[in-house]
Design a binder for this molecule. Sequence first.
Ligand code: TPP
Ligand SMILES: O=C1C[C@@H](O)[C@H](O)[C@@H](O)C1=O
Ligand code: MG
Length: 637
Amino acid sequence: MGNKIRMTTAQALIKFLNQQYIHIDGRETPFVEGIFTIFGHGNVLGIGQALEQDAGHLKVFQGKNEQGMAHAAIAYAKENLRQKIYAVSTSSGPGSANLVTAAGTALANNLPVLFLPADTFATRQPDPVLQQIEQEYSMAVTTNDALQPVSRYWDRVTRPEQLMSTLIRGFEVLTDPVKSGPVTICISQDVEGEAFDFDETFFEKRVHYVDRLQPSERELEAAEHLIRSSRKPLILVGGGVKYSEARDEVIAFSKKYDIPLVETQAGKSAVESTFENNLGGMGITGTLAANKAARLADLVIGIGTRYTDFATSSKTAFDFDRTKFLNINVSRMQAYKLDGLQVVADAKSALSKLYDRLDGYVSEFGTIIPELQKEWDEERSRLAKVEFKRSGFVPEVKQHFTQETMNEYADALKSDMAQTTALIAVNDTIDKDSIIVSSAGSLPGDLQRLWKSEVSNTYHLEYGYSCMGYEISGALGIKLANPDREVYSIVGDGSFLMLHSELITAIQYHQKINVLLFDNSGFGCINNLQMDHGSGSYYCEFRTQDNQIMNIDYAKVAEAYGAKVYRANTVEEVKAALEDAKKQKNSTLIEMKVLPKTMTDGYDSWWHVGVAEVSDREGIQRAYQRKVDMLKKSKQY
Ligand SMILES: Cc1ncc(C[n+]2csc(CCOP(=O)(O)OP(=O)(O)O)c2C)c(N)n1
Ligand SMILES: O=C1C[C@@H](O)[C@H](O)[C@@H](O)C1=O
Ligand SMILES: [Mg+2]
């Protein structure tokens, strides 16, 4: 059976990674760009040795935290529209456990990433090896089993020859738009170094063809009929529009039939905010324009969306008695949602085929579209110039903090700046083709409502898992994917504290990122959530034991790492800092102290969260009653 090459499992793995290509729309490109590593005893002598010997074209980066480097890899794949990935190699035990959160992020967002956590010894000779958990009920269980529920494909390699079939399975999953997600291949640390005579054919160039899934005639006919019988259809742009590269088709379709569009967090910026029919973000953190349009709609054309609670305001955003759904999605599972008509197909292909079929049709939205836009533009302009006052100040999030508490924050943080005003100043100042990234806290809401993306694909939100700590690690992955653009990480103080280690990796490898830190000294959005539902302010503000508001010098922290830093507490200072930061070659951090409760709020949406059914507090009782009332108006499934 042909020629054999004798090499270790890890050497074979690295050689194989170098030979994977993806073929989409006639373009053929290498699929694996590189590998992030943190070496420990589980991988340094196996994968580490193989990389040192011959990494091939793979770029190698040393991460600082496994979750952080994995998030960088995930963001890289998202930027590359799932057509290029990084692998992530960790040691066993705690190194691999640190991947669990990131695997959840990749899974919830359908993003491909190859995880290579080391595993305990296949021979079991040294057991318990350092960091082995040693479960009483089974020797076969290791930390890596915790990755099973958060992986799209998971396997354990305990013999060198298993590598061949597992890698072929893994790459089939990684390159499939329907199954796309984290692939976890755990290799026993002794097996990484074991040699085997691999068939030469295993290392031949392998091309993974991704053909666009075409809609059937039946689906097209049904979709045409549904749209023709609708008076006010609305397009909901999901992340699938980006991955399908369907921007032009969405714009053409919307224009021709005068159908307004609204966006999910994942879909935002697939079509520029300046497009004439774009009403912006939809749902819990949506614009008033989008949420009003959703109530008027009698048909929602959901393209590449998972219909998460944030997009549908926990299934209360629409009049479900009247509104129908047409779901265009490569995933059958997603297409089934909200009892929609299923068009299981690639968005670009489906829209271009529908384009000609509706000749003569036009929606009845007409002048409602510019009217809604005008109303929202005025609201945005108001939010751009919020001025704090020492008395009689009414913040966006109302009736939580007294004026006295607001003044206490202004004194402690030495700032009068409102979050919305600072954020819009950033939007107005940075280059239009820069890429912004965010994921958790109150900023995603402000961004979905207020951020104007004037260049396509410049808004990168991880809101499938909304994982604190993705903001800075993600920025590194985005920079690797876009070396010629400025990248801005838009991050709260809570997320910064949770995970910012890859800022150091960015500095180390001269991958310039700009961290825009909005410090309101607390877990602001969760504080809003608890107080909105009748609770007090409980363990969400950053106060010392003697109740003093903490004012942490984050700029000093970043300066110590080697970043160029700025402290900006007025709009003028923010703009000046951003202008100077553009000139820097090194990573930067702009620390902005912003007042709590000055983020956006409301706009005709509702979020279904668990509220205590029994409590002595009137506010909690009211919140519970509101939940009961809202659930009566919601769709049950
Ligand atoms: C890893 C992780 N843990 C917990 C949460 C829950 N959570 C969401 S936002 C948030 C607080 C965010 O604080 P900060 O970054 O300061 O943003 P702010 O809301 O103050 O703007 C928390 C704890 C989360 N999303 N991710
Ligand atoms: O619980 C949460 C509330 C959201 O407002 C926030 O953006 C998100 O990060 C979260 O986890
Ligand atoms: Mg905060």
